[in-house]
Ligand binder design. Structure first.
Ligand SMILES: Cc1cc2nc3c(=O)[nH]c(=O)nc-3n(C[C@H](O)[C@H](O)[C@H](O)COP(=O)(O)O)c2cc1C
Ligand code: SF4
Length: 432
């Protein structure tokens, strides 16, 4: 593979990388100094020109989102999405754990660009260690004038707080997150209005993912043209990829979005292939919500456009989980379905009922009491839920539908064989 210079992970593995002094000694906070000499609109323009697409799952261009803020606003909030609730995603965790000042620099520049006075880092409660690392870094940043009043003598003020969520998947959805920061149950809101117009405490709000924000200092420091020189059109800039499951080197890796799913699993600097000669059965390449690939589909490019050619929802969080041939597909189906049934917030009928039915049917199949017609039932259920058909408040139900539909359609033969075999073994067990 071609050479690639790590940008987002450049400080990982450096001794004392979480300390402000080490970050500064490696060029940290230089981008902030540059940004503070620019007009906020110029920073927004540079990020727009870079075509930085959101890394949290939806891939929406960050600069365009910032441009939706009403020009006459008085109060603006920045919410940093550090919920990282998508299984099996851990790139935000790696960034916060190893390079908290990179995260903070990204926050301050982005808050300056959008003229936010307050930033909230919404962090899942399971991130105990990361919380302490981030809080220590925030304290250091305040003490050194990178946060608080009159940042670096620029006249710009920013307060930044960590808000710890209680650990619900749906609180990663931007309006569920906003409700949760407001102290309410994390129920996603009907949109419009979108957060840029009416978000936290009903004020204009930007919600961005940790990795998205970490790209911002590099865009300001090196310029949009540099960013545009990495990766294909529509998928520009450095990107973090996670790989987990029975691979030799599970982890979080940085590359351009030119990498294929196979390279991520088998490549030398990446997953380094399967453990103990195991074979790939299926891979969910972007967090489980995007859906599943077969072992024959691993040439898929890990970018923002190719996943659709494989029937997937998108690139998602670019976190691949690999399942080997020793795992029954019925188990994968039942596990995935149970997750969404557990995490649906229940506001929308078709999501609440659909995820629950899918889980019951998938569980019935896994228990050996399934029927062939259950597979058609599952596909039918997946077609009748989701934001895309205009039926739900948030994207959780699309995210539930894609993995189930791709498993059932791509592994139909194996599922039919499994159902046939189990039904023959246990003919009298069919219950709901
Ligand atoms: C059910 C659900 C869970 C989500 N969880 C996360 C999450 O944990 N982290 C995240 O950044 N985005 C998550 N998102 C996407 C956010 O709603 C939002 O698009 C994102 O935070 C915007 O940031 P970005 O534009 O920088 O990607 C989730 C979306 C849905 C529908
Ligand atoms: S789609 Fe599901 S998770 Fe999202 S708001 Fe509706 S019920 Fe809640």
């Amino acid at each position: 593979m071609a050479e690639y210079e790590p940008v987002l992970l450049r400080n990982v593995g450096v001794e004392g990388s979480t300390a402000l002094k080490v970050y500064e000694s490696r060029g940290g906070y230089q981008a902030l100094a540059k940004a503070l000499k620019m007009m906020p609109a110029e920073v927004v323009e540079e990020v727009k020109r870079a075509d930085l697409r959101g890394r949290g799952g939806a891939g929406f261009p960050a600069g365009v989102k910032w441009g939706f803020l009403p020009p006459d606003r008085k109060v603006t909030y920045l919410c940093v999405n550090a919920d990282e609730s998508e299984p099996p995603t851990f790139s935000n965790r790696v960034l916060m754990e190893n390079d908290p000042h990179q995260v903070i620099e990204g926050i301050v520049i982005s808050a300056f660009a959008t003229q936010a006075q307050t930033a909230f880092i919404y962090m899942r409660v399971e991130f105990h260690e990361q919380f302490h690392i981030m809080q220590k870094a925030l304290d250091e940043a305040y003490a050194s004038g990178y946060l608080g009043k009159n940042i670096q003598g620029s006249g710009y003020d920013l307060e930044c707080y960590i808000h710890r969520g209680a650990g619900a998947y749906v609180c990663g959805e931007e309006t569920g997150l906003i409700e949760s920061i407001e102290g309410k149950r994390g129920w996603p809101r009907i949109k419009p209005p979108f957060p840029a117009v009416e978000g936290l405490f009903h004020k204009p709000t930007v919600v961005n993912n940790v990795e998205t924000l970490c790209n911002v200092p590099h865009i300001i420091e090196r310029g949009a043209d540099w960013f545009n020189g990495i990766g294909p059109e529509g998928s520009r800039g450095p990107k973090l990829f996670c790989v987990s499951g029975p691979v030799n080197r599970p982890g979080c890796y940085e590359w351009a979005m030119t990498i294929t799913c196979r390279e991520l699993i088998e490549g030398d600097g990446f997953g380094q292939g399967m453990t103990n000669g195991k074979q790939v059965k299926t891979v969910s390449p972007g967090g489980i919500s995007v859906g599943f690939l077969t072992a024959d589909e691993l040439e898929m490019k890990m970018d923002f456009t190719d996943p659709a050619n494989y029937g997937l929802l998108g690139l998602g969080t670019a976190a691949a989980v690999v399942v080997d041939t020793g795992t029954p597909i019925t188990q994968v189906l039942a596990n995935v379905a149970r997750f969404y049934a557990h995490e649906s917030c229940g506001q929308c009928t078709q999501c609440r009922e659909g995820t629950s039915w899918m889980s019951k049917v998938a569980n019935r199949i896994a228990r050996g009491a399934g029927r062939i017609k259950d597979l058609d039932l599952l596909v039918e259920l997946t077609s009748n839920m989701g934001m895309m058909p205009g039926l739900s408040i948030c994207g959780l139900s699309d995210g539930a539908a894609y993995p189930i539909r791709t498993i059932v359609t791509k592994f139909r033969k194996e599922l039919e064989e499994e159902i046939g075999r189990r039904t023959a073994d246990q003919p009298a067990k069919a219950t709901a």
